[in-house]
Ligand binder design. Structure first.
Ligand SMILES: C[S@@+](CC[C@H](N)C(=O)[O-])C[C@H]1O[C@@H](n2cnc3c(N)ncnc32)[C@H](O)[C@@H]1O
Length: 180
């Protein structure tokens, strides 16, 4: 379903629905799983992104910090009020449950089996799994992926910030949905 993209800040403000109507908006067939994220600031940034793209649900798994948390609020800009979210103790059980419901699992990680983000062919609904700062996604979780997706790194660093990764990949998925 193509979504109209407002062309200016003014048009964007005009297009906002009331708080009451907001809960009736069709959400994007995208889920996000955060696997043990350490930084509250990253969690908040991903909340803000999930709101911008009307993601269906954000799962905060394992040790990932959850609202209410003042550091999350700093970067989320309060979007935890608008994004459906849930804390789950097990990332593996959450992914197994989503798979059983027919959700395509995309794990974001640089690995020998990774596919470049421009070459992925996901089906929807899809779930983007993002890993812990420093450690990345556990091998048990990677084993459940339908696809491991990566963003190319040309410089000296080994990885990108997890919220930056989420931004690029979620807008890419949004574009794939709009082209369908
Ligand atoms: C900072 S990285 C984890 C550390 C990384 N495994 C390393 O060895 O440097 C945190 C998370 O961001 C995502 N990520 C970072 N860079 C990525 C890339 N280039 N491609 C895909 N995912 C990436 C992954 O989900 C990863 O688990």
């Amino acid at each position: 379903m193509p979504i109209h993209t407002p062309s200016s800040k003014g048009e964007l403000r005009q297009s906002k629905v009331s708080k009451k109507m907001f809960s009736n908006l069709a959400r994007s067939p995208i889920y996000i799983v955060l696997d043990d994220l350490k930084s509250a600031f990253n969690v908040g940034s991903i909340f803000r992104l999930a709101d911008a793209l009307l993601v269906s649900k954000l799962y905060l798994c394992g040790r990932t910090l959850s609202p209410p948390n003042h550091k999350i609020k700093t970067t989320s800009r309060g979007t935890e009020r608008w994004v459906p979210w849930e804390h789950r103790s097990s990332t593996i059980d959450t992914i197994k449950e989503l798979k059983k419901a027919g959700v395509y699992i995309l794990c974001a990680e640089l690995s020998a089996d990774s596919i470049d983000y421009k070459k992925i062919t996901p089906s929807f609904p899809a779930c983007l799994v993002l890993g812990r700062e420093y450690d990345g996604i556990s091998s048990e979780v990677l084993d459940l992926a339908d696809c491991i997706v990566s963003l190319p790194i040309f410089g000296m660093t080994n990885s990108l910030n997890v919220a930056t990764t989420a931004s690029v990949l979620l807008y890419e998925l949004h574009q794939v949905i709009n082209k369908q």
